[in-house]
Structure formats: C-alpha cells, structure tokens
Design a protein. Structure first.
Length: 137
C-alpha cells in the first residue's frame, strides 16, 4: 500500500518578499498570498528590500519600482550584483507603466513584470510561474 505524499500544510509553499511603499498593498496582497500558503516578508522601500532579501533569502520578490530611499530598479541592480542574492527572481509590480514593457524591465534586471492595477489571477500566475502553486483559496 502506498502512503500519501500530500504537502504539509504547515510548510510554506514558498517565501515571497513584498517590496512596496504602500501599506494597503502589503495588507491586501500579503493576505492573498498567505491564504495560498506562501510565507510573506515585507519591505517598505528599496533599501529595506535589499536588506531583507540578503537576510531572509526569499524565493521570490515582488518589487515596486517607485519607492523612497532606493528605487526598485536600484534595488534589483544591487540584488543581481550580489552573488548571494542574484538567483532570487524579482518581478516588477508597478503603476509606472509609461514606456515600460516586459523587455524593458528585463533590461533593468527584473525577471518578470506585472503592471498595476492587476487582477488576482495575474499576480497568482506570476508567483506560480516562478515558485510553484500555493495551496488553498
């Protein structure tokens, strides 16, 4: 008889760092991701995002581009230049979409791009494509 290999619900489906200066974004998207089984880390600006990424090593970073203290573009550059964090995929999640394309964000160092406003399905697909499906909701 075979034994079930169902995932342990107490083990996160992956760790996601939300780097965004809007508190509401953290609340809404953080809860959305937690309901799907992801562990969520938070950073309110680019400098904090780099620090948290270096300390916590998330599986994925969702990064706003327009943030105080260090922009998302500056933060992703710092992360990609550091051999300890270069492997972490970073998705640009931004309302600063004028002239921005998936190709232009890739040239800036981002691994993916989701323009704001986005749907739940768009963000879920972006996260899933980099770190796998969550659980639940």
């Amino acid at each position: 008889m075979t034994q079930s290999t169902a995932p342990d619900p107490s083990t996160p489906a992956g760790r996601v760092l939300l780097a965004e200066d809007e508190a509401l974004f953290h609340t809404v998207l953080g809860e959305f991701l937690q309901l799907r089984g992801y562990e969520v880390l938070h950073a309110m600006d680019g400098e904090e995002a780099v620090r948290v990424a270096r300390e916590q090593r998330p599986d994925l970073i969702l990064m706003d581009i327009m943030m105080p203290r260090m922009t998302g573009t500056e933060a992703v550059r710092a992360l990609k230049e550091d051999h300890e964090t270069a492997h972490i995929p970073v998705i640009a999640v931004t309302a600063a979409t004028y002239g921005r394309t998936p190709e232009s964000t890739a040239r800036e160092g981002f691994d993916g791009y989701v323009p704001k406003p986005f749907t739940a399905a768009q963000i879920a697909e972006a996260v899933r494509s980099f770190i796998g499906p969550g659980r639940g909701a």
